[in-house]
Ligand binder design. Structure first.
Ligand SMILES: Cc1cc2nc3c(=O)[nH]c(=O)nc-3n(C[C@H](O)[C@H](O)[C@H](O)COP(=O)(O)OP(=O)(O)OC[C@H]3O[C@@H](n4cnc5c(N)ncnc54)[C@H](O)[C@@H]3O)c2cc1C
Length: 293
């Protein structure tokens, strides 16, 4: 079992990894890509940059720095995090890893889909968490909205609860071959969600057809830190994960840092968050009974 799994290899995740490793613990970093840095073409407001550099270059340097310390960094997408005597993480590539602590450093949360009225039905038949709300909608006509591994993870949970399950890609290209072969798939863009007589979700409308659906699970893009946090029972502040002054959530051993906890969305703040979270994780690990034996 690892001391800490850090999800995200941006400034917050890599900064935390340095502090955890230098205290003698073994972090494992799992990150899909270069995150927000990969979209920044020119950075000039971060400390120590004599000349502006690209986000890709800053990312490369951060990665080289942690790898020089022997920290294991895996390029993969995390699809689920479970709390089981510590935490268990599964990835899109089929890896499973366990750790005593988790740091969510997954960057800014995904927004709700913009091309239809998902927000209007949140809590009234639309959910962002199959594991949290699926059971309440068992044996009904359910939909998963998404096209990648995040959607696969939601589907695999819901398949145990209903035989009436449809995937809506909302016009996105399917990015995985892991969807079940016999699954009904609607590839048109969604134009609208509509209500039933009780004001709950009654169905999904695309340009050419109406589909009666009683429960829809949003899973576009990749699972974000807030998706994992919500599933484990962490308290949120809107889209942001709520943490205390040690960057720990209300779930012991579950920490969060960087853009996913809100505040100013800047590299300097993400690096600082990562450092403080890393130090807090070290303290937490030292306080565990097995560390004192
Ligand atoms: C276009 C643009 C320009 C910017 N310019 C500047 C600037 O000039 N100066 C400045 O200070 N800030 C700038 N920023 C903001 C800055 O890039 C962010 O504040 C900073 O990168 C946040 O760091 P982070 O570690 O919290 O998240 P990110 O850097 O976004 O890293 C998130 C990490 O989490 C990973 N991840 C997410 N979900 C999963 C999952 N399910 N499984 C595995 N990995 C996952 C991502 O792949 C990535 O590795 C800019 C941002 C953008 C978008």
């Amino acid at each position: 079992m690892k001391d800490c799994i850090i999800i995200g290899k941006g400034p917050a995740g890599l900064s935390a990894a340095l502090y955890v490793r230098r205290a003698g613990f073994t972090p494992l970093v799992i990150g899909r890509d270069s995150g927000a840095l990969g979209q920044s073409h020119r950075i000039e407001n971060y400390f120590g940059l004599e000349q502006p550099i690209s986000g890709d270059e800053l990312f490369r340097r951060g990665l080289a720095q942690v790898e020089r310390l022997g920290i294991e960094v895996i390029s993969d997408e995390v699809v689920s995090v479970r709390e089981t005597n510590g935490f268990r993480v599964s990835t899109a590539a089929g890896r499973i890893a366990s750790a005593r602590t988790i740091l969510l450093a997954t960057g800014k949360s995904r927004n709700l889909p913009k091309n239809f009225n998902a927000q209007e039905f949140l809590g009234r038949g639309v959910s962002q968490c199959a594991q949290c709300d699926g059971f309440l909608m068992r044996n009904r006509a359910l939909a998963v909205i998404g096209s990648g591994d995040h959607a696969v993870a939601e589907l695999s949970h819901l398949r145990q609860l209903t035989d009436n399950l449809t995937l809506f890609t909302n016009g996105e290209t399917i990015t995985t071959d892991r969807f079940p072969k016999n699954l009904p798939i609607v590839t048109e863009r969604i134009t609208e969600l509509y209500a039933n007589d009780l004001g709950m979700l009654g169905g999904i409308r695309t340009e050419h057809e109406d589909y009666p659906i009683e429960g829809a699970f949003l899973a576009q893009g990749i699972a974000s830190g807030s998706d994992f946090a919500i599933r484990i029972g962490a308290i949120m502040d809107g889209e942001n994960i709520r943490v205390d002054r040690n960057y720990q959530t209300n779930v012991p051993g579950l920490f969060a840092a960087g853009d996913c906890i809100g505040g100013i969305l800047q590299i300097s703040k993400a690096v600082s968050d990562g450092a403080i979270a890393g130090l807090s994780i070290n303290e937490y690990l030292r306080s565990l009974p097995e560390s004192k034996e």
